[in-house]
Ligand binder design. Sequence first.
Ligand code: FES
Length: 152
Amino acid sequence: MGIQGKIRAEILGRDLIELKELPSGEQEVHFVGCAEFARQVSDLKLKYGLSPQDWVFTNDLNHNSLLLKEFILKCRGEWKVVYEAQELCHCRNVPTQAVEQAILCGARTSEQVSQWTSASTACGTCRSHVEEILRARISLTQLAQCQIVKQS
Ligand code: FES
């Protein structure tokens, strides 16, 4: 499957990785971010080659791993956008992107997303969308483990 234009995953102002298709048909990966992010990208290139479609993501929950998982799935054409509207919480005018960024940066429950973004802090009808995005990025098993850690 060919890459159309540019594919990108980012934590705003922090880490960014993108894939560009050059006029020659070759692909180029560009990234900026912390030393650990650079190390993970280098490891993936060494282990699996230059084509990010062939990279294997881990299920680690740190921001680097979540970002790389999104990027790899986008490159494979397997990334699913679960909530498409730009604004997720209409009561508090919270953009969907703010919720996505909060999860990438460490929010692991809908309560944490609410604390960090104000989403779902009024009528609450958007909470199911927040939970849907959480489940899309982090497996149910991992979310359950986060709950156990939070309670202990
Ligand atoms: S739509 Fe989010 S709290 Fe009402």
